[in-house]
Write a protein that binds this ligand. Structure first.
Ligand code: ATP
Length: 313
């Protein structure tokens, strides 16, 4: 339902003063990366899992497109037309022959440039918020098309749950997923650029025969049955080696989480956030405390998955 969260005096075409959408972060339970294609992109088998760490995007009517952001990483978020939320509003408006006159406010909890698809989440959130504010009722398929145009992780932010992405990761099939799975995320100081991590992957793969990326049947089964131990044994990220090569200090974070009792430790997506799968909520608190005490990370978040995709509050 549309929440009247806006402070603007004006109203949207629906008479609503503001729409807030909540969008989850993701962890890649598996990220299998193929060799670089002639166009420079990589074929992927990308098993996305949404986690209960959320950004909120609020759209309110305005006389031009503006973006504001609050949260611990707010100063690292661009507020111009390059912001994925702004780009989403612009694409949606263009599709309907409208001018994107909207104020977008992002309440940001997802680490920036952390490999958790925070920007993608805001893109999907803004899309849904503007669609509701402007009363467009854009069909789901068309929204997913716009998401794919915005970036390969954006369609999953809309869908949530668990999904397999192939191609550049944007062609999605939803996956059956039980749970809950309990996670701890350790936020590193500074970000890692996703293109830089792929560049390092290519450098490390120069003399290697890179296999075709395929989803692991054991991993898909662990997700379907909600088997945490099996999932811990099946988690895999081909971007971990290049992320560690660019940021060797992440090895100490991974070790600190494992020593504290995590069932599995891995770099989240392109990093530098690290993800720890743990047995239960109690273990999550314990591992998070140990990670903070280790001095190998800036902050920790505990979360569970699966989490729903972009949702109007
Ligand atoms: P992914 O996991 O999809 O590879 P990421 O989580 O590593 O992405 P993001 O937080 O999405 O990285 O941000 C990557 C870059 O995108 C940022 O450094 C920033 O310059 C830009 N950006 C654009 N829009 C946003 C946004 N709404 N929030 C955060 N960053 C944004």
């Amino acid at each position: 339902m549309n929440g009247a969260t806006g402070t603007s005096g004006a109203t949207g075409v629906t008479g609503v003063t503001g729409v807030t959408v909540r969008v989850p972060a993701k962890v890649n339970a598996q990220l299998a990366v193929g060799a670089a294609r002639p166009d420079g992109f990589h074929d992927l088998a990308n098993v996305f899992l949404a986690v209960s760490l959320y950004d909120e995007v609020t759209a309110t009517p305005a006389d031009r497109l503006t973006v504001t952001c609050e949260g611990p990483d707010a100063d690292k978020v661009p507020l111009d037309a390059t912001n994925l939320a702004a780009r989403a509003a612009t694409l949606l408006a263009a599709r309907h022959g409208l001018s994107p006159d909207v104020h977008l406010h992002i309440a940001k909890a997802i680490p920036v440039a952390g490999g958790m698809a925070g920007g993608s989440a805001d893109g999907a959130g803004a899309l849904l918020a503007c669609d509701a504010l402007w009363g467009l009722g854009t069909p789901r398929d068309a929204l997913l098309e716009i998401c794919a145009e915005l970036g390969s992780d954006v369609p999953f932010s809309l869908v949530g749950g668990a999904a397999l992405g192939v191609g550049r990761g944007e062609r999605l099939t939803e996956l059956p997923v039980a749970g809950p799975f309990h996670w701890v995320f350790a936020v590193a100081d500074g970000g890692l650029s996703t293109p830089a991590v792929y560049g390092e992957f290519d450098r490390l793969a120069e003399d290697v025969d890179v296999p075709e990326p395929v989803a692991s049947p054991a991993l898909l089964e662990a997700l379907r049955t909600g088997d945490t131990t099996a999932l811990a044994g099946a988690l895999a990220n081909d971007l971990q080696a290049p992320a560690l090569s660019l940021r060797p200090s992440l090895a100490a974070t991974l070790a600190a989480g494992t020593e504290a009792g995590a069932l599995a430790a891995l770099v989240s997506g392109s990093g530098p956030t690290t993800a720890f799968l743990v047995k239960d909520a109690e273990s999550a608190d314990q591992v998070a405390r140990a990670l903070r005490a280790s001095g190998t990370c800036r902050a920790t978040h505990t979360a569970t998955s699966p989490a729903p995709g972009a949702t109007v509050l």
